[in-house]
Design a protein around this ligand. Structure first.
Ligand code: FAD
Length: 451
């Protein structure tokens, strides 16, 4: 017979682990966590790279130093995670053209301010259109960016969510500072610490049978009485409730079959949400050939193709002497690079570096290209709601369907797309589930009393 428990949690990323911990704290001990991959952490994932620990997924704790405290910053401090202050805003003054000349900072600053203004204008136009404000003649759309420097700035403004354009709750609530996690144990150490508080561990490893790795959930059959969960390896689990923490990209794919199908209001909300692909490519060199020192951590490459190896970071602040550069690609460029060989990607990146720093630049000894888009347990990096998404869409995306409770970064209205969004969503979903369980108990004791 198949094992039976109160709650099955699907996914052991930060939202799933946070939800499980919260349930355990409230005395729900008979749960099973089913994780498709061979590890906990999900999109928080370290990788060994030439003797260094690098973060393929989340790298920063974003939103620090404000009026409220970021819960992930608190977790990081409690577990002694090593972090390093980052100042992205320098990037706009370190822009290189294809001949390796740096744009004068005056010109860069002017282009930047112009781009911010036109981005704000564009946003206002879109909002006006959305709300059907037709009485005021809507101003002309600002001209779209054309020159390499305009394209580079447009890329960092839109693909890196620069807070100048639109207030972002993460920064307004928690503060504008950002810290890069630079710890050998990885960002994922936070999850391990959380898991350790309610799962059995031995010599730094989780050995609790309630955590089951390599369990790919393929089917959720549900009714008023509970859920039957089927995994790819042919196992079946019965539970009163399921907490489903898979990404919105996975929900949009056909990995999990729902029986009966999810209601229309749910699938519509799921399909409305966009998925961003964000790829950090790591390169290690025999020596350093880029400028170091204050204000140099981030730099941009201006090219006529938008997003073509635009955003660069050196790792000297985090790991001095590591000789590592990181270049970030997004969306179409990410997908393009995921589909080609790493050798080809290395060739392209070297071409860009030689444009910026000269032909004598040494070829990297090592390259790491994460593939979040082609990972069937991720299908992208994080959620992004279009401007026309409404509060109601969030209500729908997180609303339970019968005994299935939804959680994960994409269900958090204020902080979707962030680690703290995932963490807070896990807490919120388990609270909602505990409420539901209490109600259920009351009802069944009522039935007992009546019969
Ligand atoms: P996940 O971590 O995706 O957890 C879901 C889990 O479900 C995964 O472990 C997955 O393997 C599992 N799963 C999927 N399908 C199944 C199935 N069928 N059966 C069983 N298990 C399944 N956030 C920041 O705050 N700062 C950053 O700097 C930052 N940078 C990022 C950079 C990248 C490249 C990426 C990818 C993300 C970044 N984020 C960042 C976002 C952050 O990582 C996520 O918001 C957060 O980790 C999501 O947690 P989650 O629990 O919602 O989802």
């Amino acid at each position: 017979s198949s094992p039976s428990c109160s709650v099955v949690i699907v996914g052991a990323g930060i939202s799933g682990i946070a939800a499980a911990k919260e349930l355990a704290k409230s005395g729900i001990e008979d749960m099973v966590i089913l994780e498709a991959s061979d590890r906990i952490g999900g999109r928080i994932r370290k990788e060994d790279f030439g003797g260094l620990t690098v973060e393929m997924g989340a790298g920063w704790i974003q939103g620090v130093g404000g009026r409220e405290s970021n819960p992930v910053w608190e977790l990081a401090n409690r577990s002694g995670l090593r972090t390093c202050f980052s100042d992205y805003s320098n990037a706009r003054y370190n822009i290189y053209d294809q001949s390796g000349n740096k744009y004068p900072s005056r010109l860069a600053a002017d282009s930047y301010n112009k781009a911010v203004k036109s981005a704000i204008q564009e946003l206002r136009n879109q909002e006006a259109k959305l709300h059907g404000v037709s009485t005021v003649p809507s101003p002309e759309s600002p001209p779209s960016p054309k020159t390499p420097i305009e394209l580079a700035i447009d890329f960092i403004l839109h693909d890196f969510e620069m807070a100048e354009v639109e207030p972002i709750s993460t920064y307004t609530d928690f503060g504008e500072r950002e810290f890069l996690v630079a710890d050998e144990r990885g960002y994922e150490f936070l999850l391990f610490k959380m898991a350790e508080s309610f799962l059995f561990t031995l010599e730094g490893k989780i050995v609790d049978a309630r955590l089951q790795l390599n369990k790919v959930v393929r089917e959720l059959q549900y009714s008023r009485d509970g859920v039957t969960v089927k995994t790819e390896d042919g196992c079946t689990y019965n539970a009163n409730y399921v907490v489903l923490s898979v990404s919105v990209g996975v929900l949009q794919s056909d990995l999990i079959c729902f029986r009966p199908q999810l209601p229309k209001w749910k699938t519509e909300a799921i399909m409305k949400c966009d998925v961003i692909v964000y790829t950090k490519i790591f390169l290690q060199f025999p020596w350093k050939f880029w400028p170091c020192g204050p204000g140099s951590e981030f730099f941009l490459y201006a090219h006529e193709r938008r997003g073509y190896y635009t955003f660069w970071q050196h790792m000297e602040n985090a790991y001095p002497g590591s000789n590592v550069l990181v270049v970030t690609l997004t969306n179409e460029e990410s997908k393009r690079v995921e589909a080609q060989s790493d050798k080809e990607t290395l060739r392209e990146a070297m071409g860009v570096l030689r444009d910026m720093f000269g032909l004598e630049v040494p070829t990297a000894d090592r390259i790491l290209v994460p593939r979040w888009w082609n990972n069937r347990f991720q299908r992208g990096s994080y959620s992004n709601y279009p401007i026309f998404a409404t509060h109601q869409d969030f209500v729908h995306i997180k609303a339970p369907v019968g005994p299935i409770f939804f959680t994960g970064e994409h269900t958090n209205e204020r902080f979707n797309g962030y680690v703290h969004g995932g963490y807070l969503s896990g807490l919120e979903t388990s609270k909602a589930l505990l409420e539901e369980m209490k109600k259920g108990q009351k009802e069944s004791s009522l039935v007992e009393a009546q019969t």
